[in-house]
Every structure is written in structure tokens, then in C-alpha cells.
Design a protein around this ligand. Structure first.
Ligand SMILES: Cc1cc2nc3c(=O)[nH]c(=O)nc-3n(C[C@H](O)[C@H](O)[C@H](O)COP(=O)(O)OP(=O)(O)OC[C@H]3O[C@@H](n4cnc5c(N)ncnc54)[C@H](O)[C@@H]3O)c2cc1C
Ligand code: SF4
Ligand code: SF4
Length: 429
């Protein structure tokens, strides 16, 4: 079997822990022995561990270097600073939407189509550990039905890159990969050393991920019936929608979330996800999400950012199976940012119930919509995470915060300086 992997990689690796077992572990258990920041992308669970230093986004964020390799340039001012480099943006849905998918099922449909057309021999995708709904189990799917069976989010850290070992052992040369930004960074960083003939990278946006035990805790706090939640999503109307087995939908305002009961943000989100600057999966061939698409959720509109030539090829494959509509954009995200920055510096207590209802009403009515909603959430996460890195992992800032973050947030530099008494730009020393 041919391989382009470095000779440093052990020929007879110790069998890695079963992925199904890893998925069920707590944060402390699964990240033991790893760097402080680790999203468990799968590089370090098996044979690829020697590639850690060169691929890990939390050791050295190489996003801008990889962008130049993929696109011959870095992000332009404007939307690219938030969305990543793209050549086309579409709002679309599968026709008809796939039942039980997270949205309309575009991601798994695309993986299945690639196999049906013989363009790839396998698809790395994430199913669920048997007996669970949400514990992620990454697999190498060899048939369209195997890919389709992985539809739906398992919103937990998933060591999907571990499956590359299996790809190598099976001698596959043409594969598709479905994953989140931190995983795609690591994959792109070592892509040239994997001996692949063809690689399609289908990205999903991702933020504030958790381990499986923490997800269960989260559902316990948020839902009136955590065991029966079959689908949940942070919607563009500033509410979490939780669908239950009996078909009922529970809606919880973001402002009603009792973060204190979760032990604060640090109690539920891993430090890695609070140090992540690639919500939109900027190094994929195309990213398929929902947050820039219009509501209502039961219409299941999605949006895609088509980034590379290969991404355009992927969307062409989907085209005859989808319907499209014009994107929408409304409101002004920049109005709320000064208050958000103030709140980051000095977190406020949760306001009383009537005030929360008023805030939620105003958010729904006058908050940003469509593309402006996407811009708003991405900006907030960039800023929150920059602040987290500065406060908790200051020495790492130079290595793990890419330059586009400062450019994207430049319009808030004055408010930032006023609130935090320091420059938004990194210091020269
Ligand atoms: C933790 C998390 C947070 C997300 N946050 C956002 C967000 O804020 N905004 C937004 O627009 N989109 C977000 N997404 C993506 C979005 O929810 C949908 O996954 C995406 O729109 C695809 O929907 P679909 O119906 O086309 O996918 P489906 O056809 O249902 O397929 C889902 C695909 O997701 C993959 N997948 C599921 N869980 C994981 C996982 N843990 N790690 C890697 N891959 C996984 C599966 O492999 C499967 O191929 C998030 C996804 C995850 C996992
Ligand atoms: S994020 Fe991935 S590469 Fe980095 S330490 Fe964790 S498993 Fe290893
Ligand atoms: S939030 Fe970022 S670091 Fe965490 S799993 Fe998602 S892409 Fe990876």
C-alpha cells in the first residue's frame, strides 16, 4: 500500500482507544495528557499523533498560511473577514428536505452523492454511538446509505480525524471529509502528506461545542424533558428550539439560559472552543450551515459558502436536488456591540424574568436577521474568544489568534480600549 506519511509515524501503532468509548468520556478524562487547549479533533488519539505540532490549531494557527495555499490570498475587507474567503453564497434547501436531518440534509446528501457518482471511495462522517442519540461516533462510510444514516448533529467534540488511520489502512485514495473548523485546519495542514489522490472537504460551522457528558448536563438545565429531546438548535430568533419525541417544540430564550447552573461558560464549554476563531470553517471547500438563512426553521433553509473550485464542483453535484431563494439581511448588528463589550468586561447578573422577556421580545423583533444575524454572532464569538485567550492563555495569543480577527473587530477598537484599557491590536513586544 502506498503512503506519503512521514517515516516518523510508527508502522505498528498501539491500537487506539475505541472511538465509541472516547465519545462518552468527560472532558478531564478525554483530554488527559494533552495540551491545555485541545478540541479532541482525532489527530492525537491514534497513528497521526506525531503530526500534532504541525497540524494543531491550538499549537499554531496556520489558517492564513493555508488560505494563501488554497486561494492565493488572504481575506479581503468586508464579509470575508467574518465568513472566510468565498466565491459564492447561496441560500437553498434539499427538495424535499430530508426527514430527521439537522436542517434539510444537504451535508449527508452531498456525501451520499459523491459515493453514488463514484467520485470518492469513502466519506468520513459522524454517526452516533449505539444506544445514544448524541454521542458522536466518526466512521468511514463506504456506501450512500451509510452516509445518510449519520444525518443530524451530535453536538459534541468528535475525534473524526482518527478515521484517517482507517483510510490509510484500507488503501483508499479518494475521500470526502465532513467536519468542523478545528478538524479541517488539522486536515489541511497535513493534507499533502496523506498520499490522497482527491480530497473533498465539506465544512459545517461550529461554535461552543461540548463533551457528551456536558451536553447531557446542558440539556438537563435547559429542557423540561431532557431525555426526550431529539433535535435542538440555537435559532436565529435568539431562542433555543428543542424538539421532543412527541413532536412538541420547546423554545427557550437565550437570555433565559441559566448559565450559572452550568457552572458558567467555563463549566460547560471546553477552553479550546472558547479559543476558537473559525466558526465558519474557512478552510473547507464549501461550508453548509443555517445561521445566514431565513426562518422559520420548519422551512429548513440553509446557506452555503462556496469557497474553492472543488467546492463549486460539490455544489454543482447538489444543484439538481435543491431549490434556492434570495438571501435576506436586516437590522444593524453594530448597535448592540458596545453593550456586549461592556458586558464582557463586567458580566451582569441575570435580570429578573419580566426584563428578560422584554429583552427577548426586542431581540426577536428588532435584532439582526439573515446574513446580518450571522455577522453579529460571528463577531461576538470572535471578541469573546479573543478576550478569553487574553485572560486565560495570554502567552498563546500570538500563535493561536489569526490576523483576520483583529481586522474583523477593528471597528470596535475604541470601545474595546475604553472598556479594557488596552489596545485591540496585539502589543508589538
Ligand atoms: C457543535 C455544532 C455546532 C454548530 N453550530 C452551528 C451554528 O452555530 N451555525 C450554523 O449555521 N451551523 C452550525 N452547525 C451546523 C448545523 O447545525 C448543521 O450541521 C449543518 O447546517 C448541516 O445540516 P444538514 O441538515 O445539511 O446536515 P445533515 O445532513 O443532517 O448531516 C449532519 C452532518 O454533520 C456531521 N456532524 C454531526 N455532528 C458532528 C460533530 N460533532 N463533529 C463533526 N461533524 C458532525 C455528520 O457527520 C453529518 O454528516 C453546528 C454543528 C455542530 C455539530
Ligand atoms: S486539538 Fe487535535 S491536534 Fe490538537 S491536541 Fe487536541 S487532538 Fe491533538
Ligand atoms: S467550537 Fe471550534 S474548537 Fe470547538 S469543536 Fe467547534 S470548531 Fe472545534
Amino acid at each position: 500500500m502506498s503512503t506519503a506519511l512521514s517515516p516518523n509515524v510508527p508502522r505498528r501503532p498501539k491500537p487506539s482507544r475505541q472511538l465509541a468509548e472516547i465519545a462518552l468520556l468527560s472532558r478531564e478524562e478525554r483530554l488527559a495528557g494533552r495540551p491545555k487547549l485541545c478540541s479532541d479533533c482525532g489527530i492525537c488519539t491514534g497513528e497521526l499523533r506525531p503530526f500534532m505540532a504541525q497540524s494543531c490549531v491550538f499549537v499554531n494557527n496556520r489558517a492564513e498560511e493555508i488560505e494563501r495555499r488554497l486561494h492565493g490570498r488572504n481575506r479581503r475587507d468586508g464579509d470575508e473577514l467574518l465568513f472566510g474567503i468565498y466565491r459564492d453564497l447561496r441560500v437553498f434547501r434539499m427538495r424535499p428536505p430530508v426527514p430527521d436531518a439537522q436542517w434539510s440534509g444537504a451535508v449527508t446528501s452531498l456525501g451520499a452523492l459523491l459515493l453514488e457518482h463514484g467520485l470518492v471511495e469513502g466519506v468520513i462522517t459522524t454517526g452516533a454511538v449505539p444506544g445514544t442519540r448524541y454521542a458522536p461516533l466518526p466512521i468511514l462510510a463506504r456506501t450512500p446509505d451509510e452516509v445518510r444514516a449519520t444525518r443530524g448533529n451530535k453536538p459534541c467534540l468528535a475525534p473524526t480525524l482518527d478515521v484517517l488511520t482507517q483510510v490509510r489502512q484500507s488503501g483508499l485514495r479518494r475521500i470526502a471529509y465532513i467536519g468542523t473548523g478545528c478538524q479541517v485546519h488539522a486536515l489541511r495542514a497535513i493534507e499533502d502528506q496523506l498520499g490522497l489522490e482527491r480530497l473533498y472537504v465539506i465544512g459545517i460551522p461550529c461554535t461552543d461545542n461540548t463533551t457528551y457528558p456536558d451536553l447531557q448536563r446542558f440539556l438537563q438545565v435547559v429542557s423540561r424533558s431532557p431525555e426526550t429531546v431529539i433535535h435542538h438548535e440555537f435559532m436565529q430568533d435568539f431562542r433555543i428550539w428543542l424538539k421532543h419525541e412527541d413532536g412538541s417544540v420547546e423554545k427557550v430564550n437565550f437570555v433565559d439560559l441559566d448559565v450559572d447552573r452550568l457552572g458558567g461558560q467555563l463549566g460547560v464549554f471546553p477552553p479550546a472552543c472558547l479559543s476558537c476563531f473559525d466558526y465558519q470553517n474557512g478552510l473547507s471547500d464549501l461550508t453548509i450551515g443555517y445561521m445566514g438563512a431565513p426562518l422559520p426553521p420548519d422551512e429548513r433553509w440553509q446557506w452555503t459558502l462556496i469557497r474553492t473550485e472543488r467546492g463549486a464542483e460539490l455544489y454543482d453535484l447538489l444543484r439538481s436536488h435543491v431549490e434556492e431563494r434570495e438571501p435576506i439581511s436586516g437590522g444593524d448588528r453594530t448597535r448592540g456591540m458596545p453593550a456586549y463589550i461592556q458586558m464582557l468586561r463586567q458580566p451582569r447578573k441575570r435580570p429578573p424574568w419580566p426584563i428578560r422577556q422584554l429583552v427577548a421580545f426586542i431581540q426577536r423583533r428588532s435584532g439582526p436577521k439573515g446574513l446580518e444575524f450571522a455577522r453579529s454572532v460571528i463577531e461576538m464569538k470572535l471578541l469573546r474568544n479573543l478576550q478569553f485567550v487574553r485572560e486565560r492563555h495570554g502567552r498563546l495569543e500570538r500563535r493561536i489568534v489569526p490576523g483576520y480577527v483583529y481586522r474583523a473587530l477593528a471597528r470596535y477598537a475604541d470601545v474595546y480600549r475604553r472598556e479594557f484599557n488596552r489596545d485591540l491590536e496585539p502589543s508589538a513586544s
